[in-house]
Design a protein around this ligand. Structure first.
Ligand code: MG
Ligand code: MG
Length: 319
């Protein structure tokens, strides 16, 4: 059998069985956005995420400074999803030997800007020569209360901040047109892909009010399937409440495409979807209710008026 026969999540399941965790200070191990350890009453979060040339980015379609910013943001997003604040990072990098010093420095300028923005530090790392560029950040954080994927309960509201699906549209534009001679809305969509900003402003309130959370890296539906499975509940999206960005609308009009496809399956948005009791939705005035948690079970559904249909479990798999 080859690893592609298992798929990303099948492989993870087999490998985590080998590494069975016996340490009682580990509050959360594999299977969530972060792992969590109790150190003398403090809850410390751990996560890591990589940006690999040819897999996560194409060199000519992203500025090096954006790449540095992005590798930090995708990791911060996982920390935020667990209700945490990012603290200390450790970065492993690989570069081809003929890469210019200026290019590498610009990556690090992007990393530094992101560190300042998120109030965290990268404090160490490791360097190697490599055929393609990779940046692998290991990030720690702290939280007062760990927000898991598995805490959603029937009747709770599902919320998100900002627009979904824009990053996918941005990637398509960059692939088709490159980075020059673009309209304003096209530039903005590309930025959503190449320079995403994690929902850091939500961290504190998520740890106080959210019962469950996950960041949308593989696509709304794909990631909600993880939340649904972990929580043992059905997740119902309300079609008429999903916010459609004006830029995405414009792009889809031009291309004759349906914005809903992008919103449901786009991926790489790095927004946190979370669940709260109805009375606590007022704690998140800048966010929108996009659905609710249904009965015990599993599955992600789309409600359009009185019609409810199950959504296909497709999304981005890394293998
Ligand atoms: Mg995640
Ligand atoms: Mg991640």
């Amino acid at each position: 059998m080859e690893i592609k026969d298992l798929g990303e999540f099948g492989l993870i399941e087999r490998l985590t069985q080998i590494l069975s965790i016996k340490d009682h200070s580990v509050l959360v191990g594999f299977g969530d956005d972060c792992s969590c350890i109790d150190i003398k009453g403090e809850k410390i979060l751990f996560t890591s995420d990589i940006q690999l040339e040819g897999r996560h980015f194409i060199k000519r379609l992203i500025q090096p400074e954006d790449l540095g910013w992005k590798v930090v943001s995708v990791n911060v997003s996982d920390i935020v999803a667990c209700g945490g604040e990012p603290k200390w990072g450790f970065i492993s990098v690989g570069f081809p030997k003929d890469l210019s010093v200026e290019y590498v420095e610009n990556i690090y300028k992007g990393i530094k800007k992101a560190c300042d923005f998120y109030k965290m530090s990268v404090i160490g790392g490791n360097t190697t020569a490599s055929d393609s560029i990779f940046l692998d950040l290991f990030l720690t954080g702290k939280t007062d209360r760990f927000v898991p994927r598995g805490g959603a309960e029937e009747g709770q509201m599902l919320m998100v901040c900002g627009y979904l699906g824009e990053a996918r549209a941005g990637l398509e534009i960059a692939m088709e047109k490159g980075l020059n001679n673009l309209a304003g809305y096209e530039k903005r969509l590309i930025k959503r892909f190449s320079r995403p900003t994690a929902d850091i402003h939500l961290s504190d309130r998520l740890s106080r009010y959210a019962s469950a959370g996950i960041d949308i890296s593989d696509g709304l539906v794909a990631d909600l399937y993880h939340l649904s499975k972990a929580s043992g509940v059905e997740v119902i999206l309300d079609k008429n409440k999903l916010p459609v960005s004006p830029d995405l609308k414009r792009y889809c009009q031009q291309k004759g495409k349906d914005p809903l496809e992008y919103i449901l399956y786009g991926g790489e948005d790095y927004k946190v979807v979370f669940t709260v009791d109805k009375r606590d939705t007022i704690q998140f005035p800048e966010c929108k209710v996009i659905g609710f948690i249904g009965a015990k079970g599993e599955g992600v559904f789309l409600k359009d008026g009185s019609i409810v249909k199950k959504l296909e479990k497709k999304g981005f798999s890394h293998l």
